[in-house]
Ligand binder design. Structure first.
Ligand code: CO
Ligand code: ZN
Length: 333
């Protein structure tokens, strides 16, 4: 899992530019599904047919994309102004590096006069500096997209740090579940979705096409275990987080309870999650076509949307186990 997550996080893939991530996932799942398709939006959908009786149509989603920046204008001295692609937090972005689709790398500067102790930088305070002397030498154009840099690093205690663990950790969970799932009564669509960070844009149409009865997103969630951090019950290393509610989804209690039961039976560590600010692909999938019973398995992650996101590999492993345990048996709600 560690190597797979490393490979996935090292690939460039801001929203709308998921090609390289999609290619990598397609290679990793080669031969594991009954069909693999790419829909017009770019979602990669691998379908595994069910065997035996009592099967349902289940859709799983993990998003391929990561947050990024897009060039809005370039000043006469060659400083590049940007706006957000997804939920960029300027405080996390300032001082870091951004890599554009053509490979150009720039430093993210902050207007120094605004760098006061009481001022949290906004996107308007940021610029990208390519070290050039004039606008003509800037290696990007208006409309070019970039992603933050943040190298994959192994931390002590089975934890890893990287950019884009949101949601490459979830992508790794889906790939690994597809590998480990031997038999299932269910017809399962493993959906690797695009443009989640721009407002869950890929998942809804993908679910509309597949028409699932049950949907599950696998994505990261925040934790409440850092100094003066968010007020929430989720902690890093305490197991897969079974979502109860977030901004876009109130999980069907029957599905939530079933996930708890499966985790308990399989002796997998789990915790219950209420996230006060944030949504996942499940929010859109539950509303596609005639609607679906929706839930979410979350991977606790510190510093979501920072270039140094941190997850615990034990939590990732628990998420895989929970997914496989759930899909291996009938789902009676
Ligand atoms: Co995100
Ligand atoms: Zn995410």
């Amino acid at each position: 899992m560690k190597q797979l997550i490393q490979k996935l996080t090292e690939v460039y893939g801001p929203s709308g530019h998921e090609d390289a991530v999609r290619d990598l996932v397609r290679a990793e799942i080669q031969g594991l599904a009954d069909s693999v398709t790419i829909d017009p939006l770019g979602n990669l959908i691998a379908i595994r047919k069910g065997k035996g009786r009592g099967g349902r149509k289940v859709a799983l989603a993990a998003h391929l994309d990561e947050i990024g920046l897009i060039v809005s204008h370039i000043d006469a001295r060659g400083f590049v102004r940007v706006t957000n692609v997804g939920g960029v937090r300027p405080l996390y972005a300032a001082g870091g590096r951004v890599r554009f689709t053509n490979g150009a790398i720039g430093a993210i500067g902050v207007e120094t006069r605004r760098e006061r102790p009481d001022h949290i930088p906004t996107l308007n305070d940021l610029y990208v500096d390519f070290g050039v002397a004039r606008a003509a030498d800037v290696p990007v154009r208006v409309g070019d997209v970039g992603a933050f840099m943040g190298a994959f690093t192994v931390l002590p205690g089975g934890r890893v740090m990287s950019k884009s663990l949101d949601d490459r950790a979830g992508v790794a969970v889906l790939i690994e579940a597809l590998r480990r799932l031997k038999t299932s009564p269910h017809e399962v669509a493993f959906m690797f979705t695009v443009q989640e960070e721009l407002g869950l844009r890929g998942a809804g149409p993908a679910a509309f096409t597949f028409e699932p009865e049950i949907v599950l997103a696998v994505d990261v969630t925040a934790t409440g275990d850092t100094p003066n951090g968010a007020r929430m019950a989720v902690a890093l290393g305490a197991g897969a987080a079974i979502k109860a509610k977030d901004t876009g989804l109130l999980v069907d209690p029957r599905l939530r309870d079933l996930l708890v039961k499966r985790a308990t039976e399989a002796r997998l560590p789990y915790q219950l999650e209420v996230l006060e600010g944030g949504r996942t692909d499940a929010a859109e999938m539950q509303l596609a076509r005639g609607g679906a019973v929706a839930g979410c398995i979350s991977i606790p992650c510190r510093y979501v949307h920072a270039p140094s996101e941190v997850v615990d590999l034990g939590d990732v492993e628990a998420a895989v186990g929970l997914l496989v345990a759930t899909l291996s048996k009938p789902i009676e709600l």
